[in-house]
Ligand binder design. Sequence first.
Ligand SMILES: Cc1cc2nc3c(=O)[nH]c(=O)nc-3n(C[C@H](O)[C@H](O)[C@H](O)COP(=O)(O)OP(=O)(O)OC[C@H]3O[C@@H](n4cnc5c(N)ncnc54)[C@H](O)[C@@H]3O)c2cc1C
Length: 408
Amino acid sequence: MKIAIVGAGLTGLSCAMELRDYNPTIFECCDVGGLLSYCDRGYRIEKFYHHFFRWDEDLLDLIKRLGLSSRVVWKVTRTGFMINGKVHPLNTPIEILRYPHLSLFDKLKLAIFTLKSRGRDYTFYDDVGVLDGIRDELGERLLNNFFMPLLKAKFGENYDKVSYAWLLARVAIRSNRKLRGEELGYLKGGFWQLVERMAEGVEVIKKRVDNVGYLNGKFYIRGTEFDAVVWTAPLPLLDKKIAEMLELPKINYQSSICALLGCKESFSDLYWINVDNAIFGAIIEHTNFMPFEDYGEHLIYLASYTTPEGDLFKMSERDLANLYLKEFERLGMDRRKVRWIKVFKARYSAPIYETGYLKKIVPYRTKLKGFYLAGMFSKPNYPERSMNGSVKAGIEVARVLKEDFGLS
Ligand SMILES: Cc1cc2nc3c(=O)[nH]c(=O)nc-3n(C[C@H](O)[C@H](O)[C@H](O)COP(=O)(O)OP(=O)(O)OC[C@H]3O[C@@H](n4cnc5c(N)ncnc54)[C@H](O)[C@@H]3O)c2cc1C
């Protein structure tokens, strides 16, 4: 039984671990770890900011199985909103009460909406646009002064295409906050440790897969015959002929750009600041989450979400670095305190959870026997693509494949 897995991100690696007895071959065009890969500065730091949550059961179970539990650190993190250049911390009830851009009535409405979100059937709202949904339920002020900056930070120019079902599902999973802020987890030293252990003993061929041949029930990748293929890379990169045979729904993706800065000084005491009206939607200060001493400098991500076809994504890393530095300076950062900056781009970093998205979620089995799809477009990655969702998708697709081929 010969199995190929395309993509060595968390989905591909967790699938390979589950199929280890059958020696699957992974094809990976870039870095093992995918979106979780790192940048080496003498220490290792993720190219894109990452943390996990208490309810990420599959990820935490995997960390345990790989003997990494002692590296897990939990911290209550502090977040805020930057509006017109001023940062408003929004963690404790007092900070929320002091926030000037919402009335007390709106804050109460928001609190009730958050409490009500758990246990609500969000699927009913799949065809409702997020802006209409918020406007109808919470009113124009909450839409403009609270949700709009968050939606823009999360989806860039696609913010108005998102479904209200997504927002309700997302509020439900993120409403489990402590009184002082949100508790987040990290692997002390970095997620590369997880990726490295997952990849141990797995055959990874560092080649891009552009074509998948199919003849008489067999698949052909780079001249080798396979009985089964698990595709975990973004769907727009799937071989067009195979995609046509599978009759897949069109899933639009967003892109991510993260500038990572090494700084002499901290920008604020918050981990996460959502920024209104800027080129990047969030300022994420990693060293307000993990200790400065682990790195010897302050690490700050400036994160944007955009479209693969957009002008911002098309810019070179160098031009983006200049643009982001200029913008960060406008928002109050002293440029002389920035030691270095590196820009990382991911063309297809997540599906856009557009109206009608729930009907498009792609099952693991496809119309082509032996060809499987799992990744950010799979059910465990709704309403939010996550490390946990990708680990779970990898495990689940491997189980489905084993069942189909009668493997134990
Ligand atoms: C900016 C950002 C921040 C995030 N922060 C968090 C967070 O804080 N917490 C959290 O839980 N999750 C976070 N995530 C999500 C998390 O990173 C992903 O859900 C997860 O890593 C995706 O894993 P994957 O294997 O499904 O996809 P990917 O990591 O995208 O892996 C797919 C792999 O396929 C490879 N590939 C693509 N095309 C081909 C081809 N043709 N041939 C061969 N190989 C190919 C790619 O190089 C890649 O390695 C974040 C994502 C982004 C973009």
